[in-house]
Design a protein around this ligand. Sequence first.
Ligand SMILES: *[C@@H]1O[C@H](CO)[C@@H](O)[C@H](O)[C@H]1NC(C)=O
Ligand SMILES: *[C@@H]1O[C@H](CO)[C@@H](O)[C@H](O)[C@H]1NC(C)=O
Ligand SMILES: *[C@@H]1O[C@H](CO)[C@@H](O)[C@H](O)[C@H]1NC(C)=O
Ligand SMILES: *[C@@H]1O[C@H](CO)[C@@H](O)[C@H](O)[C@H]1NC(C)=O
Ligand SMILES: *[C@@H]1O[C@H](CO)[C@@H](O)[C@H](O)[C@H]1NC(C)=O
Ligand SMILES: *[C@@H]1O[C@H](CO)[C@@H](O)[C@H](O)[C@H]1NC(C)=O
Ligand SMILES: *[C@@H]1O[C@H](CO)[C@@H](O)[C@H](O)[C@H]1NC(C)=O
Ligand SMILES: [Zn+2]
Length: 655
Amino acid sequence: MWIICLALIACVTVEAQKVSNPNTRLLDNILSYVDTEVSACDDYFGHACGKYAKKHLDDPFTEITQMVDHKVNQDLLTLMQELEQRSLQPNFNRTGVEAKVWSFYHTCRNASSDTRSGRHYLTLVPPDEGLTWPQFTPEGSVWPGERFKWMETLARLHRYGEVNILMKVFIQSSPNNSSEYVMDLSMPSLEETGQRLRPFLETMRTLAVLGVPTASAITLTKKIKSLETALRNIIDEDDDDTNGQYMTVRQLQRRTGVHWQKFIELLLGQPIEPQFRVNVQSLGYFKALVQLLNDREPNVVASYMMTRLMLYLWEETMDSEEPLECVKDVRRNMNLATSLLYKERFLGSAGHLQRNSASVVQTFEQLRRQFLRLVKRNRLRLDRTQRKMITQKVHDMVLNIGNMPQHIDHRRYVSQHYASLDMSSGYLDYARSHLQLLEFRNRQWMSQLSHSPHRVSEYYYITDSSTGMSSSPYYMIRQNVIIVPYGFLQEPVFLPDSHNVFKFSLLGFILAHELMHAFDGHGVIYDGQGNLSEAGLQIGNSARFEAGLECINRNETAYLNERVADIDGIQLAYDAYFGAESHQNRTQPDFTDMPLQRIFFLNLAQFFCGNGDASNFLDHDTDAVRLKQTLTNFAAFYEAFQCPTALSTERCQLW
Ligand SMILES: *[C@@H]1O[C@H](CO)[C@@H](O)[C@H](O)[C@H]1NC(C)=O
Ligand SMILES: *[C@@H]1O[C@H](CO)[C@@H](O)[C@H](O)[C@H]1NC(C)=O
Ligand SMILES: *[C@@H]1O[C@H](CO)[C@@H](O)[C@H](O)[C@H]1NC(C)=O
Ligand SMILES: *[C@@H]1O[C@H](CO)[C@@H](O)[C@H](O)[C@H]1NC(C)=O
Ligand SMILES: *[C@@H]1O[C@H](CO)[C@@H](O)[C@H](O)[C@H]1NC(C)=O
Ligand SMILES: *[C@@H]1O[C@H](CO)[C@@H](O)[C@H](O)[C@H]1NC(C)=O
Ligand SMILES: *[C@@H]1O[C@H](CO)[C@@H](O)[C@H](O)[C@H]1NC(C)=O
Ligand SMILES: [Zn+2]
């Protein structure tokens, strides 16, 4: 080790850093972001995060969760290089998980670029057996439009995941019984630009790329754009905002006049009974859709579906043969396998994972206890039944580290999971492998219809592509589970042998935030089993709960539940550590003279520091706004930084 290290200066510094005191290291890192020229009282984001941009000028990430993802990706890259070596050994298991992961990575790296082209994808996904997309019709012959059955083609396309073409198909827990999964049929989402055709000229170019002759591209673009406009009109006119209705496939067929049984059978790849139950959101939309599609020329309908499919597939791939991009492709498409290999390679040794997990669980247990104290205090004046439901729910909440089923052999589980996936093939074809993985994942989603009930200990989330690429924790409302991906448990987010003030202020806050999602305006209506709860609905509609939400929304946000989770989350994390009942050791530690309260808030800020632009923030306010709102009127914060306590207004909170 030393010899290798001496040869590499960088390695020596890394080693030196590793042996330093973890607390000193974490604190130094925090302080390196602080801009002392900016007053903490006037502009806390500017103070705590002022030097972030300068420090990370050349880095390929703009904030801490991206940094963690980047570290994970680099580790995975090392793993891929090792797999490359191992794959050359005679004893490499050609049917094992490693081989499958390696195969996709290798395909991504080395397949020829024409196997990534849109035209190639489209030859692999024809509209029907023995039927091509219109533009591939041989010269001199006519596309046999009469053989195109849009409903069947639609089913074939929906086999590749949440394609959002003309409708959405989801497998969801039914409201009253979270372990019963039902197929949900609803209108497509067309609000965001990524969910629609692109602007006119771009769409024309896309059609050209997909092989549509220039001569017909203008007309075809006009027609498919007009089809989408008609679709949006139907959606806008639809005022049926009920939660949908359960009906059998037979009933749905009668009401809409199209062959849904065939659709679902093609989608599932197996026969169903006419009594098969689906949840239909806005039947009116489906009636209008059938009329619309039956009225349009078949080649226009086909071309629209084909274009939307390609836009979806392009979103689903990193579309690059660069090593890091291919690692991301593997991560998002084979998340379960990647998690397993990451765990075994980087967390497996010397009880590292056990120590990490034990420490995270301990922190979480303190948060759980603190929340129970809140419920006991009963600011919302809940009645006995309501309190019992909430208490039970926080007791039932499960922390799933790694997004794996609990208490079983992970390697065996993951091997079985991928058993039916055959990635070996003669020549490398990126589109074929990619489609194969999308279809495989969709089959896993669909199969929830038949093998429920899931006990919560057997549960893990079959990640969609964006969740699969991220290491950030999230809360699953219908399972009452907080998932913490393995990659999140690393410096500077979390170090098992660091001082507790670090644990509670960063990961502790994030877990508290997720915990609070169980009790925000949306989460509170479900009980600890994830079933719709009468008591929960009462709480959600109670005057005090509504007043709490309204107060938090005083400075208006489009993401009210996120703000609830921030505001109540910071209180929870703070009290779990500093609260009188928490029994934490708050003696001044010997690694610094800085008061613990100040460390707490500076470390909290790490989660929000960044230099990305506003477009980085999906479904949340920007980090600067979040940090400000989280700490507004928070007395402990003003105290920590000795800010003038102009607390004329009371701090809003929900619980
Ligand atoms: C190779 O991997 C498969 C699938 O994980 C497993 O069933 C088989 O036992 C392994 N073979 C060897 C020789 O380890
Ligand atoms: C795959 O491609 C990389 C560069 O893109 C090259 O270095 C490597 O030798 C190739 N591997 C194989 C097995 O072709
Ligand atoms: C769920 O339960 C409520 C109350 O018991 C009932 O009114 C409702 O119809 C049920 N919903 C479904 C989808 O079964
Ligand atoms: C609530 O959910 C659990 C677990 O998913 C299920 O087993 C149970 O039957 C449900 N309870 C009711 C009253 O439906
Ligand atoms: C909930 O659904 C599961 C799976 O379909 C079923 O076994 C169970 O009996 C259901 N519970 C209730 C209360 O309906
Ligand atoms: C509390 O922490 C201080 C400083 O970190 C330490 O010296 C002391 O032993 C701890 N007290 C207890 C009761 O653990
Ligand atoms: C609301 O928040 C914005 C952004 O943080 C801030 O500029 C504004 O002053 C706030 N308004 C009030 C009333 O707090
Ligand atoms: Zn959140």
